[in-house]
Design a protein around this ligand. Structure first.
Ligand code: PLP
Length: 373
């Protein structure tokens, strides 16, 4: 049986969410219609809104459904005027959303340098927007979201938090973070691909990216993805119930890392010294490129990733690991192992066996490039 340990790329859809999608697809009705079909569609969308909002502790009315995390990030960054400051380890959908982004450095563990953030804010003309993710997709490293929001607000800047990787894996509270905008995505927590949401703080004037319709309270034009949103709602409710189990994955992950280090002492764990998500491990192996490792593991029936899996065709070393001070070689030799809602101790055993055989084996580097599928 194949082992899937690439949950940060996308999680298998929870069967209950898939069933809800199928059921919604079988129903007719546009949520903007006044008749009963329309009213039913509206109700299912609003039920899902409550469920997703509960997962991230936000008022349901503040949640705008989007086509995913990328759109939510673009909407947040392009919907407000002024300058933009982002961390150097953001996802490409943040780094690429605007041409005028300025980056703030992280330390060797991948954590935002708060003093640098304060300095950058003090020397720039504001107000503007600070965008920092809650959990990194490649390393799982968590950022001090509350502190970041407080520093930005001291300077009257707005704050956006990309919580795409964190939501459904750890407790996330829009209210407690105190941010103005927050992005989430269904397919990272057991929902379907192609649906996400942006949480928008009360009273924030956001210029919509999608215009030409009154949906989502004029914040996102276009007929709602009723089936996807329904699946998102079911997955969010299940992810909320499963947060304790997700936390329990940390011991499985830690044991996996200990076994890897015992088997191959030159292996390196990136970001392991600081707070990180319970499901993610970023493992460097100096002798082999990530691409070679991923291919060898795939042949052994184990699916993991070479860094971020969100932007295909990129052949450069991981920008996240580079920002953490690694050289090009080290930034090209790390794989990401990410567990999820259906991962088991047996999966981890199989991975450790396959990884140890790969690390000790003679698989040669066929390519010096790092594949980011
Ligand atoms: N932000 C982060 C941190 C991600 O990891 C991803 C996807 O991997 C995204 C945003 C983009 O989300 P989506 O795939 O829903 O567009």
């Amino acid at each position: 049986m194949d082992i899937y340990l690439d949950h940060n790329a996308t999680t298998p859809v929870r069967p209950e969410a898939a069933a809800a999608v199928a059921e919604a697809l079988a129903q007719n009705g546009n949520a903007s219609s006044v008749h009963r079909h329309g009213r039913l569609a509206r109700r299912t969308i609003d039920d899902a809104r409550e469920s997703v909002a509960a997962l991230v502790d936000a008022p349901a009315a503040n949640l705008v459904f989007t086509s995913g995390g990328t759109e939510a990030n673009n909407q947040a960054l392009r919907g407000v005027p002024g300058a933009l400051l982002v961390s150097a380890v953001e996802h490409d959908s943040v780094l690429g959303a605007r041409d005028d982004a300025n980056t703030v450095a992280v330390d060797g563990d991948g954590v935002l340098d708060l003093a640098r953030l304060g300095e950058e804010l003090a020397r720039r003309d504001g107000p503007g927007l600070v965008s920092v993710m809650l959990a990194n997709n490649e390393t799982g490293v968590l950022q001090p979201g509350v502190e970041i929001a407080a520093i930005a607000h001291e300077h009257d800047w707005l704050v956006h938090c990309d919580a795409v990787q964190a939501a459904g894996k750890i407790e996330v509270s829009f209210r407690d973070l105190g941010v103005d905008l927050m992005s989430v995505s269904a397919h990272k927590l057991g929902g379907p691909q192609g649906v996400g949401a942006l949480v928008v703080r009360d009273g924030l004037d956001l210029a919509p990216l999608m215009r030409g319709g009154g949906q989502e309270r004029r914040r996102r034009a276009g007929t709602e993805n009723r089936a996807g949103i329904t699946g998102f709602g079911v997955a969010a409710a299940m992810a909320r119930q499963g947060l304790d189990a997700m936390q329990g994955l940390a011991s499985l992950r830690d044991e996996m890392e200990a076994r890897i280090l015992a088997a191959v002492p030159e292996a390196v764990l990136h970001g392991a010294g600081v707070e990180r998500m319970p499901n993610t491990s970023c493992i460097g192996l100096p002798s082999k490129t990530a691409e070679t490792q991923v291919i060898a593991l795939d042949l052994a029936g184990v699916a993991v990733s070479a860094g971020s899996a969100c932007s295909s065709g990129k052949v450069t070393p991981s920008h996240v690991l580079r920002a953490m001070g690694l050289d090009d070689n080290a930034a090209q030799n790390a794989i990401r192992v990410s567990l999820g809602w259906n991962s088991s101790a047996e999966d981890v055993d199989r991975f450790v066996d396959a990884w140890t055989a790969m690390a000790n084996g003679s698989a040669k580097d066929e390519s010096p490039r790092r594949s980011v599928a």
